[in-house]
Ligand binder design. Structure first.
Ligand SMILES: [Zn+2]
Length: 200
């Protein structure tokens, strides 16, 4: 005799089996998708961080203070850009003015060592952060002119980087002279035209 209950149980079991299999398949597909999405993101981040051939621009800055070196800029960066996941100065190079580091001395930290993107211009120019080398000249060139030795170190550095990464002169700008940026950096006494003509 047909037991309606047992039939119900059977059919319900069968249904359970089907839905279990389906959900296993779904889970598997979902997991595979998650893994590939995660590895794509991880690869993207790793590639984005350590992409050594990325450099297409140079942006020049001043530190806006008369004293500076890597440690000092690092402290300022931690205060002002606390959200930056990269705990390094926002620039790739610093050139000293003889106060905090040698006059014309060039230094960099692990941001440049690992060829990680910069954090030296606004979000309006994210390309120049992502693909641009930031050079910070210690000093406030709204108030004082650039010392010749410091300027000459910048010329040498720009020429070297332009050659190394094949950067054209039209991709070199002063921070505030970059379209979309609203800052006095690198200051009215910074000799941008002289620099451009000397590295062209
Ligand atoms: Zn700047």
């Amino acid at each position: 005799m047909k037991d309606p209950n047992s039939a119900l149980t059977k059919s319900s079991d069968a249904n359970n089996k089907v839905s279990e299999t389906q959900s296993n398949q779904n889970r598997f597909t979902r997991r595979r998708f998650l893994i590939s999405a995660t590895s794509a993101v991880a690869l993207g981040i790793a590639g984005g961080m350590y992409w050594s051939g990325r450099w297409e621009y140079i942006v020049i800055h001043h530190s806006a203070g008369n004293f500076g070196n890597i440690e000092f800029l690092q402290k300022v960066h931690r205060q002002r850009q606390a959200g930056d996941p990269i705990d390094a100065i926002p620039y790739h190079f610093v050139i000293g003015n003889g106060n905090g580091m040698g006059l014309g001395e060039i230094a960099s930290d692990w941001r440049k060592e690992n060829n990680i993107w910069g954090a030296h211009v606004s979000g309006r120019n994210s390309e120049r952060n992502f693909l641009g080398l930031g050079i910070c000249m210690i000093g406030n060139f709204e108030k004082t002119p650039v010392k010749e030795q410091q300027y000459q170190a910048l010329v040498r550095l720009c020429r070297k980087l332009m050659k190394q990464y094949n950067i054209p002169v039209e991709n070199i700008s002063g921070h505030g002279l970059t379209e979309g940026e609203m800052t006095l950096c690198p200051g009215k006494y910074f000799p941008m035209q002289r620099l451009i003509s000397e590295i062209s």
